[in-house]
Write a protein that binds this ligand. Structure first.
Ligand code: PLP
Length: 393
């Protein structure tokens, strides 16, 4: 079974580019050029240099002794939390800002929900001197005020979106509208492996540096370049896609995806997209989508803002449906407990998103000799308020 995107931009029956006609020139330009640019030596040398000297890569692969003893197996943590800006998102925004430069774009737009992708985008725009406009739901702007201030300090313009529920979906619609109106000079930086082809594939390639490094680091530490289990959380799915990429065709690696069950899969307050979703179209791609009987998108819920998305990238829809990945839905409470366990056992406070991946360790039964890699997608600084309240610290 193949897990690479096909020529039409599909993973199995998921993906594609379902876009309004007015967006066609923008998507066409990107599709025709992105592989040539990504594979060119000049792009790769700039990309690799920034990943190393700006983001701080390679990120360590840490043997977590006390977590290993707790679970009776060999656990390694891939420390994406040690990247500049505190998560894996910078890998993608560095790749895309260089892509925009190669395409002679002068203006960057992005959407953001929790603000993490907005900050990562504003960061690389400051780095390169690009104009930066971030669309953000007005409700999210209230809930994520510190990230709004960071974006402003970085020189971005943050445009509040007052339509719909005033959250991520509405911000995305507004960003797409902007792109349609500025087809020539603007690049749209999407923050995960979602959206129309070629975004899911392009973002996966930028994030694939994660599994590229895991191979080398595991070889050094264990004498074998692949783990038995590879665990990641899935919101849109970019950190998971990057961690999985070089192992997609290696069936010896069990891929374990953690999505957000919120208050419970059947509670009505959940973001367990691939478990509850049905095929539908969101943001230009066909994927699994939480929707009501009329096909209207249901508002997702999770304690973790980064997992709070009604869809999932088309690669992940295909990995789940084909059985290549096993998906566990993790409740808010399970994630909070896992965050505490990681903190007390290893002295690492993980992001709430990442805590969902750590909670999946409770759902699998690896042997004592098995090697388990958890992609530690981000650090928990941004989630301290939630931890203080919910864990009564
Ligand atoms: C944004 C975010 C996620 C979710 O996004 P993916 O595209 O699914 O990776 C996960 N972890 C952290 C720390 C994040 O900031």
């Amino acid at each position: 079974m193949g897990f690479e995107v096909d020529a039409g931009g599909f993973y199995g029956e998921y993906g594609g580019a379902y876009i309004p006609e007015m967006l066609y020139p923008n998507i066409r330009e990107l599709e025709e050029n992105y592989m040539k640019i990504v594979q060119s030596d000049s792009f790769q040398s700039k990309f690799r240099l920034l990943l190393r000297d700006y983001a701080g890569r390679p990120t360590p692969l840490f043997r977590a002794e006390r977590l290993s003893a707790h679970f009776g197996t060999q656990i390694f943590l891939k420390r994406e939390d040690l990247n500049h800006t505190g998560a894996h998102k910078i890998n993608n925004t560095i790749g895309q800002i260089l892509m925009a430069g190669q395409l002679n774009k002068k203006r960057i737009i992005a959407e953001t929900g929790a603000g993490q992708h907005g900050v990562a985008t504003a960061t690389v725009c400051a780095l390169t001197g690009m104009e930066c406009i971030i669309y953000m739901g007005a409700l999210d702007m209230e809930r994520q005020a510190p990230n709004v201030k960071k974006m402003l300090m970085l020189g971005a313009e943050v445009r509040p979106v007052h339509s719909g529920n005033k959250t991520l979906k509405d911000a995305t619609n507004e960003a797409i509208r902007d792109w349609i109106n500025h087809p020539v000079d603007t690049h749209y930086i999407i923050g995960s492996v979602v959206g129309p082809h070629p975004y899911p594939d392009m973002v996966t390639r930028f994030q694939s540096v994660i599994s590229e490094e895991i191979r080398i680091q595991l070889m050094e530490k264990t004498g074998r370049d692949y783990p038995d289990y590879l665990v990641a959380c899935v919101g849109g799915g970019s950190n998971a896609a990057g961690a999985y990429y070089h192992y997609l065709e290696n069936e010896g690696v069990k891929l374990i995806s953690a999505e957000a069950a919120g208050l419970g899969v059947d509670s009505g307050f959940t973001a367990a997209t691939s478990l509850l979703g049905r095929p539908g179209i969101i943001h230009g791609s066909r994927t699994l989508l939480m929707q009501d009987a009329d096909g209207q998108i249901e508002e997702p819920y999770s304690i973790s803002a980064g997992l709070d998305y009604p869809g999932v990238g088309p690669l992940h829809a295909w990995l789940a449906e084909s059985g290549r990945a096993t998906v566990f839905a993790i409740t808010d409470d399970e994630a909070l407990q896992a965050a505490m366990l990681c903190t007390r056992k290893e002295g690492i406070i993980p992001a709430l998103e990442t805590a969902h991946a750590l909670a999946a360790l409770e759902k699998i039964s690896p042997g004592a000799e098995d090697v388990v890699v958890v992609n530690l997608s981000g650090r928990g600084d941004k989630d301290m308020e939630t931890y203080i309240e919910k864990l009564e610290i």
